[in-house]
Design a protein around this ligand. Sequence first.
Ligand code: PA5
Length: 445
Amino acid sequence: MIKVDTRHLSRFVGGDELKQISHLTKAAHKSLLDGDGAGNDFLGWKDLPVNYDKDEFARIKKAADKIKSDSQVLFVIGIGGSYLGARAVIEALKSTLYNNLKKSTPEIYFVGNGIDADYLNEVISLADGKDFSVNIISKSGTTTEPAVAFRVFRELAEKKYGAYAKSRIYATTDKKRGTLKELADSEGWETFVVPDDIGGRFSVLTAVGLLPIAAAGVDIEQLIKGAADERNDLLETDPLKNNVLIYAALRNIFFNKGFKNELLVTYKNSFVQFGEWYKQLFGESEGKDGKGIFPVTATFSTDLHSLGQFIQDGAPIIFETVLKFDAPLNDYYLKKLPPEQDGDGLNFLSEQNLSVVTEKAFLGTIIAHTDGGTPNIVISAPKPDAYTLGALIYFFEKACAVSGYLLGVNPFDQPGVESYKKNMFALLGKKGYEDIRQKLEAQIN
Ligand code: PA5
């Protein structure tokens, strides 16, 4: 369903280049399919769309229905892979203005994804006078940012609902271990599982993403179906026929030609958060061992008026990947005005849908940017509904895994993130981190 269009690449990639590395792409794909590559204990996402826990899926839908019926607000607490996917899907399918639009589903606020006192206070104020529920999501159960926010929102819930608070707190965490799991079991909160073999950034189609997504009124069956159908499409083993392998190979080719930054472009405001999800997925997966393509994002045409100059004319360090949809969810028809009202001279654009204007902007931009020396890969997808979004999620997850293997890294670990967490614990004086603290303090003083 998701297609890679290489038509605009002829001046950057020679006719044979994809073929020349196809043995490497094939080997990377085989490793992934056979499960014998680096990080192979984190491949649970691969078959998840066809092999998920149906009982838990039913519980997710039930919990989401309860939240929809008893809460005006849902606070989703998590950081990194424990919130980016849900936020991306909700905004992509329900609008970036979701919380402001008229709807029958709760407002959803993400908190615990940073350490900003002002933001925390602002979100706390949104609970005022409203019925709310809380979904705390943390695989480890110990990450500082969500843990701090959860302490606050748990207290708010307990103050407001007393003993009934426990029926409004949902914990998504490890199946058996960790502080959060222990707390949830002792307090009687409903729990959902972050599977052992799925890392945070690959977890959007588990309960991590599905509970908030379902609470926003998204059809999660369609989301999973899109991912399952895409998974099938991407089992093709010919590297020149499988769209995900073509994309992964092109990324590798551009990296080796010195284009060390990938700019993921969409023409959709609602995909800004999808871009944040993509940045984590590729950044955490590839950026290690001194290697990696730096993932950045832009929303066109907005950012053509800020970054456009650099992309067109600046240092040749960027290749663009344009994610293009066949149609918007709802088009907008531009009317023709009588000649006497055409003072703004815009009648030349009228009597057509706004998506036609978008299409011309897309074509004009690709020609300008490729003329300027910036390669453009185009990924095309049908209209951005739940089914397509499921497919896109799977496409990018698989692209990331194959790209990581092509690059020669383990795409499933994140030693860099762990270092910062450890240092922060030590500097804050957490028990067990005394030795590291001493070393760090010697470094900073
Ligand atoms: O992808 C990752 O592993 C990280 O971004 C984690 O998702 C993030 O650090 C949150 O971790 P946890 O879910 O354990 O709180």
